[in-house]
Ligand binder design. Structure first.
Ligand code: GLN
Length: 393
């Protein structure tokens, strides 16, 4: 009999997103569960990575990031996010935004500290909280527009609140936090002397004229915000594992130490290629938006035509949909069962909504579809879902 494993990680549940991907792969399914593109990254970014390897960027990087990349991040953060940051002191390059979030929490949390998380949330934030020792408090986002209740938000803050986690554009809801909302959040951060940790990896994937606002650009927030981002989503290279955290020098110093001991550094060659990507001209981002706009419309129409009730996202590349009506038809009692039946009957893999809520025993009426896929893939999804309509389940 071996000694007990860590109590801290005992309550970890398996990632439902990754589990659905495994089920999908084993059934040769169409994976609309995990949010990664199935189309190719641009030739230019791929060439930049090959060039970096050929130029012998194959050893450890500067632990907190190659200077070429930190320069590029700083320029882009000013150009796009209106965030001023010094590449020498205010940026840490990490293994994806995933590590940026964990390193940040490890760097700032003490026992007894609380973090506020909007719910539904991206599932990693819970294990991140557990690993760092933070106690989460949840504030609901309400469909169809995923607004929060100001009273509930201000009630969640107290003197133990170390930080609030914001993810805009939001996974899984597609909500884009407005300047008014972010101003309200920033006022609460000032009032309670709390940090804002903002995950902005979908910042370029916006619809219907929505504008991305970084809370770090709001008055007085530069010293209390940690802005997280990554190369993964904007440049369709989720396997490169290059992300970063922007924060004041004092916070950055601490994040860099955690990061150094945890991972040493993010892949060197991909850091150099990321620097090339960050200098892409505006047309690159416009084209990306157009492509996602089309995918969003196609999936929305497909879901409606097949009896789902989807919520139209304002940003990011996920669509949450209500399944109440269809669940009755599929004789499924909850979202997990529904997702499993759906993949069995149509080979289309989704993520059951409960995984985005903290009460895992409570099932939801929601399912998430990722639409960062080729039109050809989405067309296949349409054909397969149409079978639901015509069959007698
Ligand atoms: N962010 C993506 C999603 O929500 C991928 C998650 C992951 O597997 N790291 O699907």
């Amino acid at each position: 009999m071996i000694k007990p494993l860590s109590h801290r990680t005992e309550s970890f549940t398996e990632s439902v997103i990754r589990e659905m991907t495994r089920i999908s792969d084993s059934m040769n399914g169409i994976n609309l569960s995990q949010g990664f593109p199935d189309f190719n990254a641009s030739e230019e970014i791929k060439r930049a990575a090959i060039r970096a390897i050929k130029n012998n960027f194959n050893q450890y990087p500067v632990t907190f990031g190659e200077s070429e990349l930190r320069e590029a991040i700083s320029k882009k953060a000013w150009r796009y996010n209106k965030i001023r940051c010094n590449p020498d002191t205010d940026i840490t390059v990490t293994c994806g935004a995933t590590e940026a979030m964990l390193s940040t929490l490890m760097a700032i949390i003490n026992p007894g500290d609380e973090i506020i998380i909007f719910e539904p949330f991206y599932e990693n934030y819970i294990p991140d909280g557990i690993l760092s020792g933070a106690t989460p408090r949840f504030v609901s986002l309400h469909p169809p527009h995923w607004h929060y209740d100001s009273k509930e938000l201000s009630k969640a803050f107290n003197r133990k609140t170390k930080a609030i986690i914001i993810n805009t554009p939001n996974n899984p809801t597609g909500k884009v936090f407005s300047k008014t909302e972010l101003t309200e959040i920033s006022q609460l951060c000032h009032k309670w002397n709390s940090f804002a940790i903002t995950d902005e990896i979908y910042e370029h994937i916006l619809y219907d004229g929505e504008q991305h606002v970084s809370i770090a650009s709001l008055p007085g927030m530069e010293d209390r915000t940690i802005t997280l981002n990554s190369v993964s989503k904007t440049y369709s290279v989720t396997g490169w594992r290059v992300g970063w955290a922007i924060a004041s020098a004092k916070i950055t110093k601490r994040i860099r130490k955690v990061h150094d001991f945890m991972t040493v550094g993010a892949p060197t060659a991909f850091q150099h290629a990321t620097a090339t990507a960050l200098a892409f001209p505006d047309v690159y981002y416009k084209k990306l938006q157009r492509q996602y706009e089309n995918a969003r419309k196609f999936l929305y129409d497909t879901l409606v035509e097949n009896g789902f009730n989807p919520y139209i996202p304002k940003g990011a590349y996920y669509m949450m949909t209500d399944i109440k009506q269809l669940a009755t038809r599929l004789k499924s009692c909850n979202d997990l069962d529904f997702s499993k039946k759906l993949i069995e009957k149509t080979r289309v893999a989704t993520v059951p909504g409960f995984s985005f809520f903290h009460q895992k025993n409570k099932k939801s009426n929601l399912v998430r579809f990722a639409f960062c896929k080729k039109m050809e893939t989405l067309q296949k999804v349409k054909n397969h879902l149409n079978r639901l309509l015509t069959s007698a389940y």
